[in-house]
Design a protein around this ligand. Structure first.
Ligand SMILES: Cc1cc2nc3c(=O)[nH]c(=O)nc-3n(C[C@H](O)[C@H](O)[C@H](O)COP(=O)(O)O)c2cc1C
Length: 174
């Protein structure tokens, strides 16, 4: 499986990092970070291909490069607005616009609070295009006792949406 992971400049960059950290072996990760997202953590032991957000000529900017799924975690309101309105002015927005035109699996995790009507409209627009709009929302039904547990729950829900096997949280009824 091949996945493009984009990390944009909003609170919760750590969630993007951990999303990659918990991925099972065998998934090929292509990582784009916007200049506003500072990825501090290195991904030891993982074979990750990293791209500059300005590298609009890279292979993931093309629909001919085969990718199984895309995740924007976290997704700033800026990037959300661009994606929802067809703007493709950097590698993150270009890669996602390609994914949408190719009808591929896309998940975005918008992070803002409260949400403006503009952001809500943008999310609705993308949801209607089959983009999975999945903000990091706390879950209280999975025995979460710490921030770490809560993050595992949220990331597990994202993996569920993308068809990635995991045991990050205990499912209801299990
Ligand atoms: C400390 C800090 C926290 C921020 N948190 C958020 C946030 O949670 N959500 C958001 O949409 N923007 C947030 N922003 C604003 C974005 O970084 C800003 O809109 C930026 O233009 C996003 O660019 P990008 O989409 O290219 O990453 C934050 C900015 C700073 C400096």
């Amino acid at each position: 499986m091949r996945i493009v992971v984009a990390v944009t400049g909003s609170s919760g960059v750590e969630l993007g990092e951990r999303f990659i950290e918990y991925l099972p072996d065998g998934i090929e990760v292509h990582l784009i970070t916007t200049p506003n997202a500072s990825i501090v953590k290195r991904f030891e032991g993982r074979d990750i291909k990293e791209y500059k957000n300005s590298d609009i000529a890279s292979k993931i900017a093309s629909g001919s490069f085969r990718v199984d799924s895309y995740a924007v975690i976290p997704c700033s309101m800026n990037t959300l607005g661009k994606i929802a309105n067809g703007i493709a002015d950097n590698l993150v927005t270009r890669a996602i616009s390609v994914a949408i035109k190719e009808h591929r699996k896309v998940l975005i995790a918008p992070r803002e609070m409260p949400l403006s009507p503009i952001a809500l409209e943008n999310m609705l627009k993308l949801s209607r295009l089959n983009v999975v709009v999945s903000p990091p929302i706390l879950g209280y039904y999975s025995d979460s006792k710490s921030l770490d547990d809560m993050e595992r729950f949220i990331i597990g829900k994202w993996y569920d949406s993308l068809g990635i096997e995991h045991s990050l949280y205990r499912r209801w009824g299990e």
